[in-house]
Ligand binder design. Sequence first.
Ligand SMILES: Cc1ncc(COP(=O)(O)O)c(C=O)c1O
Length: 399
Amino acid sequence: MTTDINKKGFATRQIHASDVRIPGINPLATPIFATSTFVFDDCAQGAARFAGKEAGYIYSRMGNPNVNQVAAKVAALEGAEAGLALGSGMGAVATALLSLLEQGDHIVADSALYGATFTLMRDALPNFGIETTFVDASHIDNVIAAIKPETRMVYFETPANPNLKVTDIAEMVKRVREKDPLIIVVIDNTFATPYLQQPIALGVDVVIHSGTKYLNGHGDVISGFIASSDVIIDRCRNIGLKMVTGAVLGAFEAFLINRGLKTLDIRMEKHCKNAMQVAEWLEKHPKVRKVYYPGLKSFEGYEVAKKQMKLPGAIISFELEASKEVTEKFVNSLELITLAVSLGDAESLVEHPASMTHAGYTKADLEDAGISESLIRISVGLEDAEDIIADLEKHLAAV
Ligand SMILES: Cc1ncc(COP(=O)(O)O)c(C=O)c1O
C-alpha cells in the first residue's frame, strides 16, 4: 500500500498498515522469516548497519521483518510515531521502564495494576534504585500530591486490572504536565486496545500492551508492545530490548499477531456487546453483590469511560453474596466459562485475582488498591451471550 496508510480508517490500518511485499514472489500474507541472522554483502555493509548509517536487518534480536511489521501496525493503530514488539507484556513493561528510568528516579503509579507490574515496581525496581509511590490514580489529586523532584514517570492502567477502575486520561496528562512537563506519562492500554481507546491522541507519552490479550486475540501467543515517539522507541530498542531485557518476540508469534490484528475491530465489537449483556444480567441477579464494569451506569468510572472509550470493554469483575468457599465452588463449577488466567481470547475465561493474577499483592496491598478478595474476574469471549449467561445462571442457582 503506497498511499499514506496513517490517514486511513482503523479497519484499513489493522489490515494494511505495514504490508510487506516481496518482489518476484508477491505473497499476500507475509511469510515467516524464521532466521536468527541476516547476511551482509561485505564487511563495509555490516559495519554501516551496526553504525546506523545503512538501513537493513542485522540480527533478529534487533529486528526481523515479521516483528517489525507487527510493531509498525500496532503503532499505526495507536496513532504513535513508532512501535516495538516484545516477547511478553512484562517484557514490554520492563523494557520501557529500564530504558526510560535510572537510579534515583521515582515513579508514581496506580495501586491497581496487573500483579507482575505491581511487584516489579514494589520489589524489583528498588534493587536498581528506582522507587515507586502507589496511589489511587483515578483521583488525580493523589498523583499530583505524590510527585517529587525525582519523579520521572506516572504509570497507570485504565480500565485497571482487575477492578476495572477508570482514570481520566486527558485530565491526568494535563495535571501532570502542569506540575512537571518532563514527567513521562505511561499507560497500559491492554484492557481497552487501540480500537476502544486512543491514549496518544489524549497526550500520553508511552502506551504499553500485553499483546497476549486482545491484539492477538486467540490465546496462542505471549507478546508485548510499546508505542511512542521515534526517540523513545529508539531508546527502548537500542538500550532496553537489545542490551537489558533481550525480551525479543519470535517471527512466528509476530505472524500470528499480525493475523489476529486484522479482525481486532469486529472482535472488540462482539466482545463488548456480549460483555454488556452479561454485566446487565449479573447486576440484576440477587446473588450478585456488586458488578464492576465501565458500561454500567452504577459503576463509578462510567462517565469517564463513556468520554474516553468507544465501548466499555469486555472484562467484568463481580462479587457474590457468598463466603469465600462458596465463591470458589461457583468458579469451579462453571462449564463454558473456562477457569484460566489471561483474557481477550475467543473463549470466555474466569479467574480469582486475589489468589491468581494478583497473588503478589499482600492483604494490605489489595485493600489499598480497592481489590476485593472475593472478586471474580471474567473475560467475556466471543461465544453466544445467551450461552455465557446460561452457564452463569445454572451455577449461580447452586450458590
Ligand atoms: C494489564 C496487563 N498488563 C500486562 C500484562 C503482562 O502481559 P504478559 O502476560 O503478556 O507478559 C498483563 C497480563 O495479564 C495484563 O493483564
